[in-house]
Design a protein around this ligand. Structure first.
Ligand code: TEU
Length: 564
């Protein structure tokens, strides 16, 4: 049903008007001085989040974990990692968030477990263990090599030979993250019962880690090695699995829940199937197309920013999910470099470019996600040595590139500095004190050296507050139906600097014009704005505007939202 249908707003689900804030617990706020963020820290910042105005918090994993991948390797799904707190404290966090009208969305990591999870410990113990088939075990090929040629997302092969039984197990990510075998109905039931346990406890939904990979192309797992290079491992039975999950977990529940599936490598056609409400799979997905545009063959091969490609990609997703389905909107998360460094100018025009991208993103149709620190324009970090980094993806890549492929260490380090995930994971910068107010101890990953200048306290004390700008955008989405539901139309798709589009619902039209460059941009605007209301902008009104009524100059990184 088209968005502009007159009765659409009344039927629109709550999350069409919602903004979600992602907390990466390790790096958010540390309440006990051990250098690692925790639930106590999050509780102490709930008023901050309520002030920002977000509707829900997505918590990156807080479950017991050996932390090889910072909690995305879970060893117990129904407990809290002691470093973060306890179940009792989690219940407090949930209650205190709910008191402030903030929902809590958990991270659901069920493509794989930790190799220290009891399920895997049992599974690996013998060929006949009842849980043997809960993971992907395969015999070596005749020459002893792995069952197929799949590589792990974190360097090296996706198969590891386990000495106990002489068979390989599959891990699309690190070798400490064995993939669960969703073909086995016992696995699926165990996951559904765990999800129900959290929902019964009061949580408001799940962000589902690489959920499209739970369904494997089984013929490839067992196929000849030569036939398995490239392509996505996602199997067509993914839709059955998600529909079954919906029936077993969400159907018949009252209240407002959120399901968002992280899905690398999917197309808009796939997304349409995943998010069509009539199919009962997930509410929305995280797609990766727009964050892959500046990456070459390998994610650490950095390509120059290409604004037309970025606009056209996001616009294709807007069009693809216009009639049915729903988009999620993000430029940042715990896996991506900081948006102001990646797409903006993190020195001269930090305020302007941070707010420009905020305005552009939040005015698209979909549910916007803010990643901690984005709301104060935190930037990438630039550590001088590879040993200052902590992320296993960066460390494995560096070792492989330098040791196995003999690449120049300086070049490899530069790739990590630009694209590495630790850019997003340096501690949240709360104030100008030595550890940025994040901890009284030694942080697990060093604080960005710019924290004396860039921090929450400093941002809130200036006229040009990025936080306040985000606040306005969130308010706008809450109040304005055209922001939530209006049809999207991209203007000037090939322009190298101008990002312009309209949103229309009934007889209301909004226009976004944004100059995504360091140079002033002069010329006629793509629509007539005489008599239009300027709803939001990141510069004060142009003092020379009266002198050139038919021409407008957009100053560097200037962004304006008009109601026509
Ligand atoms: O990420 C999945 C994913 O495909 C990537 O974004 C990946 O992490 C990497 O950045 C590719 O270069 C999810 C989580 O968001 C990530 O933190 C986990 O490490 C990963 O799954 C494994 O659980």
């Amino acid at each position: 049903m088209p968005a502009s249908d007159s009765d659409a707003p009344a039927r629109a689900p709550w999350w069409t008007k919602a903004v979600v804030y992602q907390v990466y617990p390790r790096s958010f706020a540390d309440s006990d001085g051990d250098g690692v963020g925790d639930l106590g820290g999050i509780r102490s910042k709930l008023d901050y989040l309520a002030d920002l105005g977000v509707d829900a918090v997505w918590l990156s994993p807080v479950y017991p974990s050996p932390q090889h991948d910072n909690g995305y390797d879970i060893s117990d799904y129904q407990e809290i990692e002691p470093v973060f707190g306890s179940l009792a404290e989690f219940d407090l966090l949930l209650a205190e968030a709910h008191e402030r009208g903030i929902k809590i969305v958990m991270d659901l990591v069920v493509n794989h477990t930790s190799d220290e999870h009891a399920w895997f410990q049992e599974s690996r113990s013998s060929l006949t263990n009842p849980k043997r088939d809960w993971y992907w075990w395969r015999k070596p090929q005749a020459d002893g090599s792995a069952p197929n040629g799949w590589g792990s997302a974190f360097s090296g092969p996706a198969w590891t030979l386990d000495d106990t039984t002489g068979e390989y197990y599959l891990h699309l990510f690190a070798k400490q993250q064995p993939d669960l075998n969703w073909e086995n109905p016992e696995v699926r039931q165990a996951v559904y019962s765990m999800m129900n346990w959290w929902l019964d406890r009061g949580v408001d939904g799940f962000r589902m880690d690489v959920i499209n990979f739970i369904a494997k192309r089984v013929e490839l797992v067992d196929g000849p090695a030569a036939a398995t290079g490239g392509g996505s491992p996602m199997g067509p039975q993914i839709h059955d699995f998600l529909q079954e999950m919906h029936r077993e977990v969400f159907e018949g529940r009252r209240g407002e829940h959120l399901t968002v599936g992280e899905m690398p490598g999917v197309s808009t056609d796939d997304a349409l199937l995943f998010t069509d409400p009539a199919r009962h799979e997930v509410d929305m997905i995280f797609q990766f197309e727009h964050v892959g545009l500046d990456q070459g063959e390998h994610k650490f091969d950095v390509l120059p920013r290409n604004l037309p490609a970025l606009k056209q990609s996001l616009s294709r997703w807007q069009d693809g999910l216009a009639a049915t389905g729903w988009n999620s909107l993000y430029l940042n998360n715990h896996d991506q470099p900081r948006l102001v460094s990646r797409f903006g100018n993190d020195t001269t025009y930090r305020y302007e470019s941070a707010t420009l991208w905020a305005l552009v993103l939040h005015l698209h149709r979909g549910t916007p996600y803010i990643y901690q620190g984005e709301e104060i324009g935190m930037t990438n970090v630039r550590f001088d040595f590879i040993h200052d980094y902590r992320d296993l993806e960066s460390l494995n890549h560096y070792r492989e590139a330098v040791e196995d492929f003999d690449l120049d260490p300086g070049t490899v380090l530069a790739g990590v500095q630009t694209m590495g995930r630790d850019n997003a994971r340096t501690p949240m910068q709360w104030d100008a004190s030595p550890q940025a107010g994040f901890t009284t101890g030694t942080p697990w990953l060093a604080v960005n050296p710019n924290s004396a200048d860039i921090n929450v306290a400093a941002d809130l004390s200036t006229e040009r507050s990025i936080f306040r700008f985000y606040q306005s955008l969130i308010e706008l989405r809450h109040e304005s139906e055209v922001v939530a539901l209006g049809d999207f139309a991209l203007l000037e798709p090939d322009h190298e600097a101008l990002y312009a589009f309209t949103r229309t619902l009934g007889d209301e039209t909004l226009l976004v014009v944004a100059n995504a460059s360091d140079a002033p941009l002069s010329g006629p605007l793509p629509a007539d704005v005489s008599g239009a209301e300027l709803v939001l902008a990141n510069y004060p009104a142009d003092p020379d505007a009266a002198a050139h009524p038919t021409e407008t100059t957009l100053r560097p990184w200037e962004a304006r939202l008009y109601r026509l």
